[in-house]
Design a protein around this ligand. Structure first.
Ligand code: KG4
Ligand code: ZN
Length: 358
């Protein structure tokens, strides 16, 4: 089965072609990502209107290149898939309309994909991982622990009650004048800093559940920056290092708890913890997760960076997996700005940059 996937939910316009082979493994035939980072840099965050316009401008070209790189025509495809949510509605509409138009013109089936499901299934494409496994998704829009039981079967074990982790990195960077996107800048700056100089909080670390919170940490960083005089290069490096240390601690503690629950619910299985999303690129974060996984007798799986961040390949792969599993999808699906993976999880107010603050 050969599938074209289109991703336009945030600030990357992406398309990829994947082949699901008879033995269940996947082969990536093309992977094209056009980032809009420069268009948003001046604003220190993603501006929805700018994002939607930029998607319109390059979507056709990105799809054309994905098909050309795969050396295929539309008639060689078996399925077209595009992200239907969650995400910014303007961008979602661009990708969905493009995907539906191609499917309709080429007489192919169409599937609208949940972006979180695509992140959740990526490790099966890259590492051939078997179900069940635990996913920690930490990106600019999401921070959640998801138990992946099977295709279409997900349980959200914990999520942020306020900001997404990537958002906290971006806001910290902005506050310290480090540029956008903030995560890589904070990591670079932290490398020369003292992680013990500022005693930042470890939010919700003592709570027995898997909820996360990063808004208070962001405030603590702001207060530290305001109170530190001089706020020179050394002080900024120390703040970054201390901020990162707090995050690494929290993620290690929460991951250990999630893995303990995994072991309790799934018996002696050596648990696999998958990390995905832009923040999974952070070395301090990876080291913390690695430690937690090893302590639990399991292992950490991190798909290659290119497939951890937003891309079209994961959308194509999710489409292939859903089709192979025989799951019914609505070909008329429209954009869904909010679309929790786990319909049974309690709805949350005030989370992430895609949500409405209350
Ligand atoms: O998954 P992603 O590329 O896009 C979505 O948000 O969907 O994640 C982007 C986020 C940004 O907030 C960025 O600052 C953060 O991931 N990020 C990092 C690093 N690289 C990217 N955060 C910490 N350390 C990094 N090295
Ligand atoms: Zn994403």
């Amino acid at each position: 089965m050969i599938v074209l996937g289109i991703e336009t939910s945030c600030d990357e316009t992406a398309a990829g072609v994947v082949q699901l082979q008879p033995d269940g493994t996947g082969r990536i035939l093309s992977d094209v990502v056009r980032s809009q980072v420069e268009a948003h840099a001046a604003y220190g965050g993603v501006v929805p209107e700018i994002a939607a316009r930029a998607h319109v401008e390059v979507a056709d070209e990105v799809v054309r290149k994905a098909m050309a790189d795969a050396e295929l025509g539309f008639s060689d495809l078996d399925l077209v898939a595009a992200t239907a949510g969650p995400g910014l509605i303007g961008g979602l509409l661009v990708g969905l309309t493009t995907g539906k138009a191609i499917a309709s013109a080429a007489g192919l089936p169409f599937r609208g994909i949940n972006h979180l499901e695509a992140h959740a299934l990526t490790a099966r494409l890259t590492d051939g991982l078997a179900f069940p496994y635990l996913l920690l998704l930490v990106s600019g829009g999401h921070s959640q622990f998801i138990l992946v039981e099977g295709v279409g079967r997900y349980r959200r074990w914990g999520t942020t009650i306020d900001d997404a982790l990537g958002e906290a990195f971006d806001k910290t960077a902005k506050l310290l004048g480090l540029g956008y996107p903030g995560g890589p800048q904070v990591e670079k700056t932290a490398a020369t800093g003292d992680p013990t100089r500022f005693a930042f909080p470890r939010p919700l670390a003592d709570r027995p559940d898997l909820a996360l919170s990063f808004a208070g940490l962001k405030t603590a960083v702001r207060l530290a920056a305001e109170r530190t005089d001089p706020l020179d290069e050394k002080a900024i490096a120390d703040i970054c290092a201390s901020f990162q240390a707090a995050i690494a601690d929290v993620l290690a503690i929460k991951s250990a708890r999630a893995l303990a629950r995994f072991r309790a619910e799934y018996g002696a299985t050596a648990p696999a913890l998958v990390a995905a999303g832009g923040v999974a690129a952070n070395t301090a974060v990876r080291t913390a997760l690695q430690g937690a996984a090893e302590n639990a007798g399991g292992r950490l799986v991190v798909p290659p960076g290119r497939l951890c961040t937003d891309n079209g390949v994961m959308i194509a792969w999710a489409g292939a997996e859903r089709a192979a599993a025989g799951l019914d999808d609505d070909p008329e699906i429209t954009a869904r700005p909010r679309w929790p993976l786990d319909a049974d999880a309690a709805p949350l107010v005030g989370y992430g940059r895609l949500g409405v603050k209350v």
